[in-house]
Write a protein that binds this ligand. Structure first.
Ligand SMILES: NC(=O)C1=CN([C@@H]2O[C@H](COP(=O)(O)OP(=O)(O)OC[C@H]3O[C@@H](n4cnc5c(N)ncnc54)[C@H](O)[C@@H]3O)[C@@H](O)[C@H]2O)[C@@H](O)CC1
Ligand SMILES: Nc1ncnc2c1ncn2[C@@H]1O[C@H](COP(=O)(O)OP(=O)(O)O)[C@@H](O)[C@H]1O
Ligand SMILES: [K+]
Length: 506
């Protein structure tokens, strides 16, 4: 499923109107009807409804929704929050159709009067502002939004919560806190940002038949990776396959004081399907791991002060290598990352301490001939970019895209919504996962799953999306059936992979 910026949505509308010849009025009719159909699914006709209508096209949708629900026998009061002369174009057309159908509306005067009208209502439909919102919210919408946010019944927003920007990088001034949002055609970017997603409440998308031609022709496509995508791309294992076919992977990391992280990465890689796995680390860590990760083979690396001091002796001809987990942040790490970047012949995944060490080696990324994958959490990504974490999270799509394109890498920016960006600038978001994963070790498990995934027969893009989706989905299954968001451990995710695969392969 694509998701879009406000401009991409306008371009799509424009394409439908100018190139295909569908009139804007008809698009609005389709949009309003589709939203009304959706509302009908979860609001009983015994409820008392009010629709708040603003001056733009979002308000135009509101007229169609109100007319459709009235014709279907709903009790709907329509309150227009703009002067009639302000309403123009398609919205004015639908205001007239509404009136000519024999229905009436009242005009918004002040909050006190509105309070009176809404006292007996169960559901408020918010069609005040859509994707056209700009800057600080002006009167009367600022009072209206505060008012809606005090309403005790259910608030359903049309397209997006009024006042909320559709795009990233825009400050939120004031916005409706919706219980539900019925999104028209494509989710907007703000549905996937940490600071704006919650305004939507539960949301669902209605299709109004707009063509995806414009979105598909764009360089910067943004899509949600969903269960169907996993089912379509996760390779089916061949009955005659052998371990060599499922990838030969190497994990480099760990230190005397940090044996846990590579233990988790390695076990996760094996559970996720890696054919053969080798762990390269310091001797003490091998001793600690040998009894817990019995399926792996080991390479002892020289150490100094409990940390790996050199990786020059490593065989770099693996199908894929993951480096950095539990490696420690010390002066030698930067040199070792440089060696890994130069010598790794297959895909190279850099995580955790490896990302800190990468900071001084960024220019070497471009010279790599094979895929490089970076898996930062927001703190690591902010460090790589030299920006603050809030700045990064204000526009994570733009920052990830700029970085991935400049350095020709795959970036997996982890979070409640994980953003996967390809070197070509294509972006995917996975929405599986829950706060039970907000614990040390979850990222190490992800690194292992992704290592295994990039060695299976799928594209790197598919591998990263599938791995991230599976990681989060496993946590969701575990929290639904065995665990809670409090007690879930990163190691539970490794064992939980069995349930996910069984569900997917069924
Ligand atoms: N053909 C189309 O264009 C379609 C549009 N659709 C609907 O139209 C919406 C977009 O319509 P518009 O572009 O008219 O945008 P809005 O409905 O968001 O209205 C924008 C208007 O609100 C006012 N406004 C903007 N920022 C404000 C602020 N900070 N304070 C106070 N007033 C402010 C401005 O006068 C602006 O013209 C979509 O969200 C969707 O609901 C759908 O009907 C599908 C078809
Ligand atoms: N609230 C959440 N909802 C969904 N996923 C989450 C949440 N918190 C963390 N995660 C996931 O858990 C992982 C944590 O990774 P990271 O921060 O690197 O942890 P670690 O310190 O264990 O390496 C990421 O994959 C992230 O997407
Ligand atoms: K709205």
């Amino acid at each position: 499923m694509y998701f879009v910026t406000a401009q991409e949505m306008y371009d799509t509308d424009q394409f439908a109107i100018e190139r295909i010849g569908v009139e804007g009025k008809l698009l609005m009719e389709n949009a309003g009807r589709a939203v009304a159909d959706q509302i009908e699914l979860f609001v009983s006709d015994q409820k008392r409804l009010a629709v708040l209508i603003g001056k733009g096209n979002n308000g135009g949708d509101g007229f169609v929704i109100a007319r459709t629900l009235l014709q279907r026998g709903y009790d709907v009061e329509v309150i227009v929050c703009a002067s009639p002369s302000e309403i123009k174009g398609d919205a004015a057309y639908h205001r007239d159709v509404f009136r000519n159908s024999g229905f009436t509306f009242t005009r918004y005067e002040d909050v006190e009067n509105l309070g009176h009208s809404l006292k007996e209502k169960d559901v408020l439909i918010d069609a005040l502002l859509g994707i056209g919102v700009k800057g600080a919210i002006r009167s009367p919408y600022n009072q209206l939004i505060s008012f809606v946010n005090q309403f005790e019944g259910e608030v359903i927003s049309v397209d997006l919560p009024s006042g909320l920007p559709a795009d990233e990088g825009v400050k939120v001034d004031q916005a409706v806190q919706a219980d539900r949002t019925v999104v028209i055609q494509y989710p907007k970017v703000s549905a996937f940002l940490e600071h704006t997603a919650a305004y939507y409440g539960r949301w669902e998308v209605v299709d109004i038949g707009l063509p995806s031609t414009v979105i598909q022709s764009q360089q910067s496509q943004k899509r949600v990776w969903a269960e169907q995508d996993v089912s379509n791309t996760l390779p089916i294992r061949d009955a005659f396959s052998h371990k060599g076919k499922h990838g030969k992977g190497l994990v480099i990391g760990g230190a005397v004081a940090m044996p846990g992280s590579i233990a988790m990465t390695s076990r996760a890689a094996l559970r996720a399907g890696a054919g053969l796995l080798t762990v390269a680390t310091v001797q003490e860590t091998i001793t600690a791991l040998a009894s817990t990760v019995v399926e792996a083979t080991y390479t002892t690396l020289p150490s100094e002060g409990g940390y790996i001091s050199d990786i020059g002796s490593v065989d770099f001809s693996y199908d894929a290598i993951a480096i950095g987990m539990g490696m420690g942040r010390h002066s030698e790490a930067e040199r070792m990352i440089q060696v890994a970047l130069e010598k790794t012949q297959g895909a190279l995944l850099i995580d955790a301490d490896g990302l800190y060490a990468l900071k001084g080696n960024l220019s070497s990324l471009k010279a790599r001939q094979n895929p490089t994958i970076l898996t930062p959490h927001p703190g690591e990504m902010a460090t790589l970019l030299d920006v603050s974490i809030p700045e990064l999270l204000h526009q994570p799509f733009a920052y990830s895209k700029a970085f991935a394109e400049e350095f020709q890498v795959y970036v997996v920016l982890k979070g409640a919504f994980t953003i996967i960006t390809t070197p070509q600038g294509h972006q995917w978001v996975t929405v599986t996962g829950n706060p039970g994963m907000a614990k040390g070790g979850s990222g190490d498990v992800l690194a292992g799953i992704l290592l295994a995934m990039v060695m299976q027969s799928q594209t790197v893009e598919e591998a990263l999306c599938n791995g991230t989706w599976i990681h989060g989905y496993t946590a969701d299954l575990l929290v639904q059936h065995q665990h809670s968001t409090y007690d879930l451990l990163a190691s539970d995710l490794i064992e939980g992979l069995a349930q996910t695969y069984r569900a997917l392969l069924r």
